[in-house]
Ligand binder design. Structure first.
Ligand code: SF4
Ligand code: MG
Length: 322
């Protein structure tokens, strides 16, 4: 299938300023630091990594909620990284986001109908009657009673609120939905329901999903391909089965061995324990970003950043694999 979304060399750097009245720029946080990948129509790309690795920033930058520092983004073949505000607004139809916290992301003063209809109102071109009809259709799609349309967010459970967030994200018929930890704020008992709903909506609507999560088993469950991020970079990208059966990058190996994966195909004897925290993204190490924690670090790892290149069916960034 052809790529519906393509990203090349994407960087999102934030300035670090000193405190006090004279806010001087004292450094740069390299939250996303040269990310490239493509997303195919109808597929799910999982993005995993520890908190602070840049995965949420990446998701937001894809929607141009942040202005990328560098790099290119194509959506349905059209470059959007350089679009002006108005033109990007029109493209928002195609790419939407589901946020982590269904409590914080819904305005408590708005009814469900006005929350779900908001993208249609912002985008324009719909009569009030059309918006209302679409709201009821969308509530049905996320398996909520359309009669709930005139209620307020506080009247709903966490899982129901996330369904409202999903309905809003689908209002304009997007092709790509970025899901940023969409279930991590929910009770474990309802996580599976929301995941199953996302999967059935994906099938019915032929959506491409980017599924951002720190939860490896969830990512394994839902993804066709998986990208592993570390300190603003993708260090490994492969199809789901390849990645979980034979992780190549030392960081991926450490991540997988840190969680109990009930799979006899994974050799426990190679277990690596991740020690310490990732370095400060305002002061990343020279050379390989994983060099401060890598059990296989070599002299050249401190000098040269390994590029993300093909090793068999896997893309990985590590000198050890050369
Ligand atoms: Fe470890 Fe070197 Fe590979 Fe980086 S490049 S992951 S430090 S072996
Ligand atoms: Mg996050």
């Amino acid at each position: 299938a052809e790529a519906i979304l393509r990203v090349e060399g994407l960087k999102m750097h934030f300035p670090v300023t000193s405190g006090g009245i004279l806010r001087r720029r004292v450094g740069t946080i390299r939250a996303v630091d040269g990310v490239s990948f493509d997303l195919r129509q109808g597929e799910t790309l999982g993005i995993v990594g520890e908190s602070g690795c840049g995965k949420s920033t990446l998701g937001r930058t894809l929607l141009r909620l942040y202005e990328p520092t560098e790099g290119r983004i194509w959506l349905e073949g059209e470059e959007i990284g350089t679009l002006g505000r108005k033109a990007m607004m029109a493209k928002r139809r195609t790419i939407q986001m589901i946020f982590q916290d269904p409590y914080a992301s819904l305005d408590p003063r708005m009814t469900v109908a006005s929350i779900v209809a908001e993208p249609m109102l912002v985008h324009g071109g719909f009569t009030a009657r059309e918006r209302r009809a679409r709201v009821e259709e969308l509530l049905g799609l996320v398996e909520l009673n359309p009669a709930f349309a005139d209620r307020y967010p506080h009247e709903f459970s966490g899982g129901q609120r996330q369904r409202i967030g999903i309905a809003r994200a689908l209002a304009l018929n997007p092709r790509v939905v970025v899901c940023d930890e969409p279930i991590s704020a929910l009770d474990v008992s309802i996580q599976a329901q929301v995941i199953n709903l996302l999967q059935s909506l994906q099938d019915r609507l032929d959506l491409a999903l980017i599924f951002i999560s720190h939860d490896l088993s969830m990512v394994r469950h839902i993804s066709d391909r998986v990208a592993v991020m570390y300190l603003g970079k993708i260090v490994e990208l492969a199809d789901r089965d390849t990645l979980f059966a034979s992780p190549q990058h030392p960081y991926t190996r450490a991540l997988l061995s840190a969680v109990p994966v009930p799979d006899p195909a994974i050799d426990d004897s190679s277990e690596i324990v991740l020690e310490g925290d990732p370095p400060n993204p305002a002061n990343p190490p020279k050379g390989c970003s994983f060099s401060t924690r890598c059990p296989h670090v070599m002299a050249r790892c401190h000098e040269i950043a390994p590029p993300l290149v093909a090793h068999g069916p896997t893309l990985a960034a590590c000198h050890l694999l050369d």
